[in-house]
Ligand binder design. Structure first.
Ligand code: PRP
Ligand code: URA
Length: 210
């Protein structure tokens, strides 16, 4: 059964409200996406493996935990997911980075995968797939299918804003994957944009205009 974890922290709520605002410019938008990704990442990484090592404090010898096992991999869905990578790296600077390119057709709203490059030994890593928007769910669903085909097994996904339609599609397709959602919005409009949403995340991060 898929786990969907909805964020309740007031800092995340506050920052998502700022993100939605049409008057928030590119610079602030990028900063907010990164900060929200970091706060959500703190939750998503709460079960990272640790291993015990012996160290000396100024007082005595002691055995204490540090991160263990293979480094996690963060996999942004291009383009907009790129904006969230820095937030995860702020927590785990040594994380590996993969990339997966999904493009959503403006008319059919169906995604096409155009690029996939994942770190080696992907089957041994915790994989955090990041994309700010989960609308119809097609892009994330297909991205995770692609990662599984290449051996990914321990996968978590983080989306800042999700529509109920996207959550349903994704959870039905990947019941074994935990999904972290910053805000569950009302619905999709006729163009499959999330309402109230924040508009086009890629355009707002990269300063492009559809
Ligand atoms: C956006 C967003 C998701 C996708 C969500 O990307 O970043 O990847 O749409 O929509 P879905 O859930 O209906 O598939 P888009 O295709 O606009 O590409 P971009 O990131 O390059 O702007
Ligand atoms: N992609 C976006 O960037 N925004 C939406 O609302 C839906 C898909």
């Amino acid at each position: 059964m898929t786990n969907v974890i909805y964020m309740t922290h007031p800092l995340i709520k506050h920052k998502i409200t700022k993100l939605r605002d049409v008057n928030t410019g590119t610079l602030e938008f990028r900063k907010l996406v990164e900060e929200i990704a970091m706060l959500m990442g703190y939750e998503a990484l709460s079960d990272l493996n640790t291993t015990d090592i012996e160290i000396n404090t100024p007082i005595e010898k002691t055995v204490q935990p540090i991160l263990g096992g293979k480094k996690p991999a963060v996999v942004p869905i291009l383009r907009a997911g790129l904006g969230m990578v820095g937030g995860i790296l702020a927590l785990v600077p040594t994380a590996k980075i993969g990339h997966i390119g999904m493009r959503r057709d403006e008319n059919t709203h169906k995604p096409t995968a155009y690029y996939c490059n994942l770190p080696d030994a992907i089957e041994e890593r915790l994989i955090i797939v990041v994309d700010p928007m989960l609308a119809t769910g097609g892009s994330l669903k297909d991205a995770v299918t692609e990662i599984k085909k290449r051996g990914g097994r321990n996968i978590k996904c983080m989306c800042i804003i999700a529509a109920p339609e996207g959550v349903k599609t994704f959870t039905e397709a990947h019941p074994d994957v935990t999904l972290y959602v910053g805000s569950l919005d009302r619905c999709l409009n006729d163009d499959a944009y999330i309402c109230p949403g924040l508009g086009d995340a890629g355009d707002r991060i990269f300063g492009t205009k559809a």
